[in-house]
Design a protein around this ligand. Structure first.
Ligand code: MN
Length: 339
């Protein structure tokens, strides 16, 4: 079969690899139908993803149709459409024991620490396969994973009805946080550097949008949230400076969600956290939220189709990367088709 492999930084190739085989009675083989390119895939390509090892078949956002199952698999059968949770965890460390396998001490993420889903077929454990009960367009299967990130952020900040949330950044992750928060009944203001992205945010349900370069930025932010500051700030910009800003925007007793994976420190005075008694939480991948997101997809609660700005055949992966790198103003999620 064909697979998309980064052999070393800046070497991205379509390669021929052996077809996967069932090795364990709980294994499931899927024929991939769609994949989504993430910023972190680009970071594996350009060598800035500190977690990735090489050579690597990339892709952690993918879905397809089940074609073969091991003898002990009962939750899915050939013909089922499914999305794959890329989180592989040990099951015995502290985090796993308390039900948080997404931060397992020996966490492996498919497409990052081990081979991923940008290939014609994959073999994965049954517990990572999450099926759709309704027939669903193939391109949307790979969008379940980014929406699980949004679900995880909302859960980490316990976002609920009438919460006032400021999402910094309206890229694909900011938009999945947005749609999850709106579905929960929160009031949401969202920012970006790019006016085109704010337009998408508006049509995906944002109550208010804010251009990052607006000279009246703070005035507009606090007129939405109240002058005390923002009760919930989600930083999807993920730079050292954006986390510092998030802390300054938060109201006393506010919550901040951090999603970034950069190693550079932010400069945050401890007094800012203490005086306002802030709750600062990390949010990583998702804690088994695939079934919940699929239910929302099937109920029509979100509009994942609005996230896909382009669909490109997987053999054109170079062009797809180039488009994302050169044209952030035109792209949200670039989807790969595998048919
Ligand atoms: Mn991703």
């Amino acid at each position: 079969m064909k697979a998309i492999k980064v052999t070393e930084p800046f070497h991205l190739n379509l390669v021929e690899v052996p077809d996967p085989e069932i090795k364990d009675s709980h294994d499931v083989i899927l024929k991939i139908l769609s994949g989504g390119i993430c910023g972190s895939d680009i970071q594996i390509w350009n060598g800035t993803n500190s977690l990735a090892t090489y050579p690597r078949i990339i892709g952690h956002e993918f879905g397809g149709v089940v074609v073969e199952t091991g003898s002990d698999v009962h939750s899915v059968k050939p013909g089922d459409l499914a999305a794959v949770d890329p989180v592989l965890s040990c099951g015995s460390c502290y985090a796993c024991r308390i039900g948080r396998p997404n931060v397992c001490v020996s966490l492996k993420v498919m497409g990052v620490h081990c081979d991923g889903g940008f290939s014609q077929y994959v073999c994965v454990p049954e517990s990572n396969v999450h099926k759709f009960f309704k027939n669903f367009p193939a391109p949307l299967l790979s969008l379940v994973e980014p929406y699980t990130i949004g679900a995880q952020v909302n859960s980490r900040a316990s976002i609920s009805k009438d919460d006032c949330v400021f999402i910094m950044g309206s890229g694909p992750i900011g938009l999945t946080v947005l749609q999850t928060a709106k579905n929960l009944g929160a009031q949401v203001i969202i920012s970006d550097l790019l006016p085109q992205r704010l337009k998408s945010a508006r049509s995906m349900g944002a109550d208010e949008t804010l251009l990052a370069s607006d000279p009246l930025f703070l005035q507009r932010l606090y007129s939405f949230s109240g002058q005390d500051g923002v009760p919930v700030v989600v930083d999807t910009v993920c730079t050292p400076a954006s986390l510092e800003e998030a802390v300054s925007f938060a109201s006393p007793a506010g919550k901040i969600v951090c999603l970034g994976l950069k190693n550079q420190p932010s400069a945050i005075a401890m007094s800012e956290i203490t005086k306002k008694e802030l709750t600062l939480v990390g949010s990583r991948l998702s804690n088994r939220r695939f079934d919940e997101v699929i239910r929302h997809f099937e109920a029509g609660d979100y509009t994942p189709d609005q996230l896909i700005t382009h669909q490109i055949h997987y053999s054109q992966i170079q062009e797809a990367f180039e488009l994302l790198i050169k044209h952030p103003e035109l792209t949200l999620k670039v989807g790969l088709t595998f048919e």
